[in-house]
Design a protein around this ligand. Structure first.
Ligand code: SAH
Length: 197
């Protein structure tokens, strides 16, 4: 029996997306029970959220289900599919840990909830943006799993746009809210890669 590795990569990507949705389902419902006190969603934030969804979901989803645009397809190697599966799995584990630690303080945009507390425990002890680390791992897994230059690299371009447009603004928002407490936390942690960046 010969394995269709291109199809295997597509299936793993789909399973990863579904697992991502399952992990987020309950935190999404729970966090909505606490209302939002401060929100910062300028046009830049809305634009970058759209671009990120385009790169991590819409463009690869179209390619996976329709094969469009086939002109940018490339050869598939079993080893890249295996690496992609491993990286996506790591991303899901990390994503689960971030929701566990952040609890109802989570929101999908730049918001502060009523009685917002600064989370510094669990995975937030290691880096201050572990959820973005998890999204980076997903974006990195995508070109390994999908045998299309466009669908594969759209994730890095899309999430990269969101990350670089948002992270500085998020830190300013947290700094304004928590002052010295956040400054201390920043001095003790890196952004997304422990000890490095
Ligand atoms: N940047 C974080 C969280 C992403 S979710 C990460 O990558 O893990 C975005 C929301 O989380 C922001 O609107 C902010 O209100 C909240 N947030 C970010 N860091 C936080 C922290 N350390 N404690 C509590 N809330 C935080």
């Amino acid at each position: 029996m010969t394995i269709d590795w291109e199809l295997t990569g597509k299936i793993i990507w789909c399973v990863g997306i579904v697992a991502w949705g399952v992990i987020r389902f309950r935190p999404n419902i729970k966090s909505r029970q606490t209302s939002i006190a401060v929100t910062e969603r300028p046009l830049k934030e809305r634009f970058s959220m759209f671009v990120s969804q385009l790169g991590l979901g819409i463009i690869p989803g179209i390619w996976v289900f329709s094969g469009f645009p086939s002109q940018l397809d490339h050869q598939t190697y079993p080893i890249t599919i295996m690496i992609g599966a491993l990286v996506f799995f790591g991303s899901l584990l990390l994503f689960r840990k971030t929701h566990k630690a952040l609890g109802k303080m989570w929101s999908h945009s730049l918001d502060l909830r009523e009685d917002h507390k600064l989370v510094t425990h669990g995975i937030y002890k290691r880096v201050r943006h572990p959820m973005y680390s998890a999204f980076w791992l997903w974006a990195i897994a995508q070109p390994f799993l999908l045998s299309s230059w466009l669908a594969g690299f759209a994730g890095i371009a899309g999430f990269g746009t969101l990350y670089f447009l948002r992270v500085g603004q998020e830190e300013i928002m947290m700094q304004n809210q928590f002052g010295a407490e956040y400054e201390d936390y920043c001095n003790q942690t890196k952004r997304i890669i422990p000890y490095i960046y």
